[in-house]
Design a protein around this ligand. Sequence first.
Ligand code: ADP
Ligand code: NI
Length: 217
Amino acid sequence: MNHHHILTQTEAYVKETLAGEGSGHDWWHIYRVRQNALAIAAHEPVDIFVVQLAALLHDIADHKFHGGDETVGPRVARAWLETLNVEADVIDHVGRIIADISFKGAEVETPMHSLEGQVVQDADRLDAIGAIGIARAFAYGGHKNRLLYDPDVPPEAHTSFDAYKKSQAPTINHFYEKLLLLKARMNTATARRLAEERHAFMESYLNQFFAEWKGEK
Ligand code: ADP
Ligand code: NI
C-alpha cells in the first residue's frame, strides 16, 4: 500500500474512532495537530510520513480516558498500522512518539528522541494553548465535572506523572500547572514563534478572568 493510501485509511479510522468525543480530543483536534505539524515540518528535515501518522494516531487511545494506562495508545496505534502492513521501523517510530508525547507534570521532563516526534509534540502543545487551548481546557473540565475556579485550591507543580494524573483541581489551575509552561518547552523555533501570541492571549484572558471574578471589570 502506498503512503498516500495509508494516510487516507488512517484518517478515516481516526475520524470514526474519535467521532463525538466531547473533551477536546475529537477529530478536529487531530486535524489541527496535523496542520500545525505540517507547518512546523516545512522548516525541519523530517520524514513527513512518520510526522503525519504520529499526528493522526497520537490520541487514538489517550491515557486520560483509559484509567491512566499510557501503554494502550501506542499499542492501539501499532495494531492499526500492522493491519495496513506498514514497515516495521515506521511502526516502531510512530509507537515511540505516541508513548513519549504527553505532558507529565510541571517538574517532569518529557524528552522526545526524534525530530519527527519533537515536531508532533510541539504541534499537539500548540493546540493546548491560545484561544483553542482555553476552549479545550474548559471542555475537558466540564467533561470531568471540574469547577471553573476555586480560590481555595492553589495550583501545584507536580513532580511525578502519577500525581499529575490524579489531580482533580479546577480548570483555571491547569493554566498554571501546564498551559503557561508550554511556550518554554517547545522543541522547534517555529513552534516557539507560534506559541508567543497564543501565550500572550492566555495571559490577557486570565487577567480579565480574575478582574471579573473580583467584580473589578
Ligand atoms: P497531552 O497528551 O500533553 O495531555 P492532549 O492532546 O491529550 O495532550 O490534550 C491535553 C489537553 O486536555 C490539555 O491541553 C487540556 O486542554 C485538556 N486537559 C488535560 N488535563 C486537563 C485538566 N486537568 N484540566 C483542564 N484541561 C485539561
Ligand atoms: Ni493531542
